[in-house]
Write a protein of this length. Structure first.
Length: 129
């Protein structure tokens, strides 16, 4: 399985159960997205949610690299110098925020290609007389 960047999304061997971000840390009566989990397809990443996976009974947060892969970015794309710190000291919070505020690369590419196709079609159309 790959993404737009031909990366494998998760850093684990078995396919995880993906948890809806609005079910983590909430009481069951407060609800979530549908049944609260998905097998094989990730929920939308956003800048404020806590995104998690359950693998072999353990629940954990997605790593920044896993989120980058889900969005189609190369590994460590968001690992940049931050507030005077080197990229090796970049904290996770701004990385999660950048990923959550971004567009998925494959989606942006697809939209751009469709727009270009339409512009090309308009340019080659002959005007009506």
């Amino acid at each position: 399985m790959g993404t737009g960047g031909n990366n494998v999304p998760c850093l684990i061997d078995k396919e995880p159960i993906v948890l809806a971000e609005n079910t983590i840390g909430r009481r069951p009566e407060n609800g979530g997205n549908g049944i609260g989990y998905s097998e094989g397809v990730s929920y939308t990443l956003n800048a404020t949610g806590v995104h998690g996976v359950c693998n072999e009974g353990a629940v954990r947060r997605l790593t920044p690299v896993e989120c980058e892969r889900l969005q189609g970015f190369p590994d460590d794309w968001t690992k940049i110098s931050y507030r005077g710190k080197s990229e090796d000291e970049c904290p996770d919070s701004p990385r999660y925020k950048a990923i959550g505020n971004s567009w998925a690369v494959p989606v942006a590419r697809w939209l751009g290609e469709r727009i270009q196709e339409e512009l090309d079609n308009v340019a080659t159309d002959t005007p009506m007389s």
